[in-house]
Design a protein around this ligand. Structure first.
Ligand SMILES: [Zn+2]
Length: 364
């Protein structure tokens, strides 16, 4: 063999091996979960008595409400534990959470709109585009998201990077190229066999919500669990919505029960992960939010650029790569624009190489 040909063959075989290695990524899995508009106050402090009181008719004692009886405790640590016991046990024993203002921890939005589409897009692009992404209308995302990049880089079939969302507009938010990943959002049936799935598909259509293009979280969660068990995605994005909807409606008691139910969803999800040998120890969980909302009884229902503090958010992590435990204290502020690069890095993908303007991966 001529030396030049030999050299070319060796180089191309190295290249093929490198490509194969790169395409495998880390071999890990990611679960991203968002709780639309869930405030820092409830996450870190549980029931907010001033808010609950402000929603009651005159003359009704707050102590007589089911919310108070179920979720009240004298300290914020005890209250948050009552509201989301599994979540708090998880971030204390196996993970961490940033964004508690009372611990010198801050997580901010980089976009200036402080409502859902710009918030989710910032999470998935790692950067705001305030001049282009400025409404909640079902407009196809003008940019490719980190979910699409992970799917392409790791050469995965679409169903292995899956989004399940309560709000139909996620069809447009999560991917620039329709069908690049798997998306089930709004009141949308999930294809597949079995009596359980048929019943879920029927019920989500029959159990209409008061909110256009939105289904109850229970359907989003249960369909996501079905997909997790059958399609075994490498990246699962679970986007729950009710925390925002009930808050807009002024139904604070329902906001609390939504958070409490979400805690049980998380328990079921994480228990499933721990009982599966391919997911246990190889699955990174990140839970966060698209925006905050007002801090006071006057403006807690709302968010958007005019609502003071609606850019104040939080991020929880449970990752085999993170050793920090409990509540982050006294650190440089984090931003939700770092989420895209963080989940990409867990999957072995360099998101900043594709989008240099995106926030850097969060490190401890
Ligand atoms: Zn909202």
């Amino acid at each position: 063999m001529r030396p030049l040909l030999a050299a070319v063959l060796i180089m191309s075989s190295v290249f093929v091996q490198w490509e194969a290695l790169y395409a495998q990524g880390s071999g890990d899995n990611v679960i991203l979960m968002t709780l639309d508009g869930a405030r820092v106050e409830e996450i870190f402090g549980g029931l907010d008595l001033d808010i609950l009181r402000s929603t009651l008719p005159q003359g009704r004692a707050v102590e007589d409400t089911p919310s108070y009886r179920q979720f009240w405790a004298p300290t914020r640590e005890a209250r948050r534990q009552k509201l989301m016991p599994f979540f708090w046990n998880l971030v204390t024993a196996h993970g961490s959470i940033a964004g508690d203002p009372e611990s010198g921890s801050a997580v901010r939005l980089r976009n200036k709109h402080w409502f859902s589409y710009p918030g989710y897009s910032e999470l998935l692009l790692g950067e705001p585009h305030d001049d282009v992404i400025k409404s909640n209308d079902p407009i196809r995302n003008p940019y490719s998201t980190v979910l699409e990049a992970i799917r392409m880089r790791l050469n995965l079939p679409p169903e292995k990077v899956a989004t399940f969302a309560g709000w139909a507009v996620f069809n447009e938010i999560v991917e620039h190229q329709e069908g690049a990943t798997f998306v089930n959002a709004g009141v949308e049936p999930l294809a597949g066999g079995g009596a359980d799935l048929a019943l879920l598909n029927a019920l989500q259509a029959e159990a209409g919500t008061p909110w256009d293009g939105t289904r109850f979280d229970t359907f989003t969660f249960r369909l996501a669990m079905h997909h997790l068990a059958t399609a075994r995605p490498r990246v699962l994005y679970l986007a729950l919505d009710e925390t925002d909807d009930w808050a807009h409606d002024g139904q604070y008691d329902r906001v609390l029960t939504s958070l409490s139910r979400t805690d049980d969803y998380l328990k079921q999800l994480w228990t499933w992960v721990q009982n599966d040998s391919e997911y246990r120890g190889r699955t990174h969980l990140l839970i966060t939010v698209d925006h905050g909302r007002g801090h006071t009884p006057k403006d807690w229902r709302d968010h958007g650029a005019k609502i003071e503090g609606a850019d104040q958010v939080w991020i929880a992590f449970v990752s085999p790569q993170f050793s920090r435990r409990g509540v982050w204290t006294h650190h440089a502020p984090l931003s939700t624009s770092q989420v895209a690069a963080t989940i990409a890095s867990w999957m072995g993908v360099d998101w900043n190489a594709e989008r240099p303007g995106a926030g850097q991966p969060i490190r401890e």
